[in-house]
Design a protein around this ligand. Structure first.
Ligand code: C2E
Ligand code: CA
Ligand code: CA
Ligand code: CA
Length: 279
């Protein structure tokens, strides 16, 4: 629990001490997690929106980090990625994630896309261009198959640096997508200013598709705006047939979500990547 405040008076809760100790321990654990092989990647399929109704046409996967802690069990990336960012561990961890995802994708018989999340700290403070370049060489993955997902918040911090980095990444031949579009300080001018290849519409809009008419209008507007800027549109968090049908009707290019498949170890998607199950 967080400290509760009533008006301007904060009520101290002893459990906060425990929380701080917890974080410290978790942080120590995280620093050995890579070495101990506790980190792994799950993969979630993305498919063409209009063909998914009939039979899914998978175009690629998003890699999502997982941490299996020896005592606590599964720790969510929503919890450990921010922790890794604060402590600087994200540099080492992000490098591991990128290498692992590229190595995996390079081994698939089918030349599908692989999308990897870049955290803000990784993007703004590391040598992300040098890293991507060397991992592509090392793994032999065709640059055109790699897609880097960046949240727009990152770019607000330093517009010039953000723009320069995106251009240099694109010069390597990789694609960049704007993740969680609509969830933060989304500004339409960002879409025009930055050379994204793809927009990922945040799950919040998709959840609300059947519930409020505004979400449907916003989704349609984002799709048409994105297309006008020659970007392709992916909707995330698609859980139902109705959501999929609406998105396909509205011209959304691709979809990702539980309706299609949950994030899972790649073995579960062996047939989709062109491997014989059990290989
Ligand atoms: P994200 O990039 O927006 O990833 C999508 C999240 O939505 C994933 O959560 C995924 O499991 C979940 N999801 C996908 N489809 C559905 C659906 O149909 N319904 C619902 N309810 N959820 C769905 P996950 O894997 O827990 O990751 C959470 C966040 O943690 C990610 O959000 C991303 O911001 C971050 N993250 C995950 N892996 C990495 C990584 O390797 N590097 C970095 N920097 N961040 C990561
Ligand atoms: Ca993402
Ligand atoms: Ca997302
Ligand atoms: Ca999201």
């Amino acid at each position: 629990a967080k400290a509760k405040s009533r008006g301007s008076i904060s009520i101290y809760e002893p459990e906060m001490d425990q929380q701080i100790r917890d974080r410290r321990v978790l942080h120590q654990d995280l620093s050995v997690a890579i070495r101990n092989g506790e980190l792994s990647l799950h993969y979630q399929p993305q498919a063409m929106a209009h063909q998914t109704v009939a039979g899914s046409k998978v175009i690629g996967f998003e890699a999502l980090a997982r941490w299996m802690h020896p005592v606590r069990g599964f720790v969510s990336p929503g919890d450990f990625i921010p922790l890794a960012e604060e402590s600087g561990l994200i540099v080492e961890m992000g490098e591991w994630i990128l290498r692992e995802a590229c190595r995996e994708a390079a081994s698939w018989p089918m030349p599908l896309q692989i999308a990897v999340n870049l955290s803000p700290a990784q993007f703004m403070h590391g040598d992300v261009v040098g890293l991507v370049h060397s991992i592509l060489l090392e793994t032999g993955l065709a640059p055109g198959r790699l897609e880097l997902e960046i949240t727009e918040g990152v770019l607000i911090e330093d517009f010039d640096r953000g723009l320069a980095l995106l251009r240099r990444l694109k010069a390597l031949g990789v694609r960049v997508s704007m993740d969680d579009f609509g969830s933060g300080y989304s500004s339409l001018s960002y879409l025009q200013a930055f050379p994204f290849d793809k927009i990922k519409i945040d799950r919040d809009f998709v959840i609300n598709l059947g519930r409020n008419p505004q979400s449907a209008s916003i989704v349609r507007a984002v799709i048409s705006l994105g297309h006008g800027l020659e970007m392709s549109i992916v909707a995330e968090g698609v859980e139902t047939q109705e959501q999929l049908a609406f998105l396909a009707d509205s011209g959304c290019d691709a979809v990702q979500g539980y309706f299609l498949g949950r994030p899972a170890p790649i073995g579960q998607y062996a047939a989709l990547v062109g491997r014989n199950p059990g290989d």
